[in-house]
Each structure stands twice: as structure tokens, then as C-alpha cells.
Write a protein that binds this ligand. Sequence first.
Ligand code: PGA
Length: 251
Amino acid sequence: MRRSYVAGNWKMNLDRQGARSLAAAVREHVTARTRADVALFPPFVYLADVVQVIAGASIRVGGQNLCDQGVGAFTGEISAAMLSDVGARVALIGHSERRHVYAEGDAAVQRKVARALAGALEVMLCVGETLGERESGRTEEIVRTQLSAALQGVAARDLARIALAYEPVWAIGTGRNATPDQAQAVHAYLRGLIGGLYDDGQAERLRILYGGSVKPDNAKQLMGMADIDGVLVGGASLQPEAFCAILDSGK
Ligand code: PGA
């Protein structure tokens, strides 16, 4: 049985005090009885604050991105070592806003995954198709290409530090979530791909989260599907009550 995993991607929102209060509200809600693993992805500049606020609680903190290089003259970038240094445990990689707004391609995503793993971080790896790609019947081809590129060179033993997030681009921030059946079909497909790239045992253990307009009123149904092991939440993760309600919707 895979433990549910609920993550909040705060994107470029909040100020320092807002980040601290939101983290404190989540911390207050997460107890030993919480049935889901929890991760928060604040903006880089608030990582240390959030790490401080959640100290001692069972909550992961992660970076929304990281550099595909190790160290040096890369103005404006943040390395895997820097994330670890401030107490982040996870890196969110390949989010659709990085892919589509900042033109990050599969090769960059692959290098970032390798950097994160080499830096002892966990990875939350996002894949997903655009509306045009879905409507032209290319969803499987797109997620297969993204997944196999990102995992190139990833050893089987490192897969335990990776969670996938299926985020159809057309569902992100649009209020239009994939139906549980639509999401389940892609999740099952992704799990099958992992079985082929690694083995069935690894595929069974891998957690695959759904992301895209997750709200308290659709989270339970989504996470009730056989291959949906959690959710990656954007907009609703900024509202403590909504995020905590989603947290309580795990299997
Ligand atoms: P949303 O964002 O929940 O606001 O749709 C999800 C995401 O981008 O991770």
C-alpha cells in the first residue's frame, strides 16, 4: 500500500510573513494521525523561514526548481547543494510552468533530476500534456517522452527518492480538473511505463500524484482511484483550510 502524498506548490505567491503563517497553519494540522506525507514548496527566498517554522514536524520542504549545474557562474540560479543546505529535502522538477513559460526542455529536466539525486534530494517530477496534445490523441506519447527522458541514467535504487506528478497543462490553474477516470488512465499508463523501464515491484512502490485544479471537493474522489497516490496542489494550497481539508482526503 502506497502512503498518500499531498504537496503544496506555492508558486510565486505570499510574502515572508504570509509564508510563515501558512506553514504554521499546516504544521498545526499535521499530527501523528495524519495519513498522508506532506510537502510544501515555498518560493526559494522563504525556504529557510518555512524550514524553521515546521521544525520537528513530519513535513517535507522543497524547492520549486533547481539549477542543472553544480556550482559557479550561473547568475540567478540555485543549486541542489544550496537547497539541502537550507534544509530542503525535495526538488520540484519539470513543472509545466517551467517547461512552457521558461522553455525548459526534456534535456534540462533530465540534468536537473540527475543533479537533485546526486545532491541527496528527493525529486517530484512533473509530466503532462497540453490541451492541443490531448485533443489530438497524443497524451500517452507526450508523457512517455517526458518520463523516459527525465529518467535517463537514473539507477533503480534511486527511484525510491522519486515521486511523479501527472499534471495535465490544461487543468493547471484553470478550475478545470481532469476527471478521476481521465487521471487514473494516465496514472496507470505511467505506472506501466515504470514497470517496463525498471520492474513491476518498483512500479508498484512509486507514488504518482495528480495535479491541476485540485480542491477540497474533488481531492477525495481523485485520491480514491487505484493509481492516484496523492495530489500536487497549487491555488488551493495557499488557503490553509482548503489545503488541510485536502490533506485529510488521503486514502
Ligand atoms: P493548481 O496548480 O492547483 O492551481 O491548478 C497545480 C500546479 O501547478 O502544481
